[in-house]
Design a binder for this molecule. Structure first.
Ligand SMILES: Cc1cc2nc3c(=O)[nH]c(=O)nc-3n(C[C@H](O)[C@H](O)[C@H](O)COP(=O)(O)OP(=O)(O)OC[C@H]3O[C@@H](n4cnc5c(N)ncnc54)[C@H](O)[C@@H]3O)c2cc1C
Length: 313
């Protein structure tokens, strides 16, 4: 009875959360003294790399194009499982509920911990838009964990691993007509560092300093909802309850008040830095570091200091 893990790729390359998913499965499998079986796309050229993170065997197959099609394939391939792990990426979040319904399993979405107890199986998960944390018990023969990327971290468990090609049927009920990629940017859901700005920036013409800060930090840029609503920034940068949920190691919020709907999308960040003129801004309560100051003075100074620091390295 293996722990199965679906390992997502993007254009044939693994993401950081892909390796994290295998690490998660290994930790769970170790506590059950069982093996890890990874399921992944056959377009990836180096699936055996998953052995470094704890996979005993890797099954590759031509994956369906949609979450529902893939869920059907997973149902066909996953036999005799002690549990299933799926990374909570945008795609993973569409696969996990469909697979749960098809397999009559029990799903813990938004999971932020590895299993706390094994029998019964309990884990922690974010509740109420991640404003609370709850411990839940999964009482099903098919427990499915969909975890928040970057909540567990990538861990290495070097394991001898076999790779086998296989096939699985999946009927895509939707067809993908076109994919438009925001080019030249670091993908927001995957970013280690995010520089985000809000209405405090006064207008789109002031985003040059935000991009300069992101550039020097190797960060992705993001924004609050009203900023994308009024067209100062593209919608794919909108972070929050109704936008993208991010999980970086560092989130820098500039001129954003910290409304609960915004915090819902950033609360999984490891370290939060806030720059705001208003010392009473709610974001400061969620911040690890706060600068009470004018963004138009603080941000250029930060950029200059970081550039000078990097030049000295
Ligand atoms: C159903 C619903 C869903 C929502 N979903 C989201 C969501 O997903 N994401 C989201 O972001 N919002 C969401 N909102 C909106 C949310 O409630 C807030 O209105 C929004 O987050 C505020 O954006 P803001 O902080 O950029 O702007 P403001 O609230 O206007 O805050 C601007 C901040 O900038 C500061 N400031 C001003 N000048 C400067 C300066 N020179 N230097 C530094 N700081 C300065 C101000 O002190 C203030 O704190 C949602 C609302 C609803 C009702």
């Amino acid at each position: 009875m293996s722990i199965f893990v679906y390992v997502e790729d993007w254009n044939g390359a693994y993401k950081k959360s892909s390796f994290e998913a295998v690490s998660y499965a290994r930790i769970w499998a170790n506590s059950l003294n069982t093996s890890v079986t990874a399921l992944t796309s056959s377009v990836v050229s180096n699936p055996s790399v998953l052995g470094e993170y704890g996979a005993d065997q890797v099954l590759t197959f031509e994956i369906a194009k949609t979450g529902f099609g893939l869920a059907q394939q997973l149902q066909a391939l996953i036999q005799n499982a002690s549990g299933v792990v799926i990374s909570g990426t945008n795609f993973g979040k569409s696969v996990a509920p469909a697979f749960t319904a098809l397999s009559s399993g029990a799903l813990s979405s938004n999971t932020t911990s590895t299993p706390i107890t094994i029998s019964p199986l309990t884990v922690k998960r974010g509740a109420f838009s991640s404003k609370g944390i709850e411990t839940i018990e999964l009482s099903s023969e098919m427990p499915i964990i969909c975890f928040v990327p970057n909540s567990i971290g990538v861990q290495e468990f070097p394991t001898a691993c076999t790779v086998t090609e296989t096939q699985a049927e999946g009927n895509d009920l939707l067809s993908v007509e076109e994919i438009t990629i925001a080019s030249g940017k670091i993908a927001l859901p995957e970013a280690d560092v995010v520089v985000s700005a809000g209405r405090g920036l006064k207008g789109p013409e002031h985003w040059g300093m935000i991009e300069a800060l992101a550039d020097v930090l190797g960060a992705a840029t993001a924004c609050s909802k009203p900023v994308s609503d009024i067209g100062w920034r593209p919608h794919n940068e909108h972070v929050g309850q109704t936008g993208i949920q991010v999980n970086p190691n560092l989130y820098i919020a500039i001129g954003i008040s910290g409304a609960i709907q915004h915090l819902a999308g950033v609360s999984a960040s490891k370290t939060i830095v806030v720059v705001n003129t208003d010392p009473e801004a709610p974001f400061f309560k969620a911040a690890d570091y706060g600068i009470v100051g004018d963004a138009f003075q603080v941000v250029p100074k930060l950029v200059d200091t970081l550039r000078a620091f990097k030049a000295d390295q």
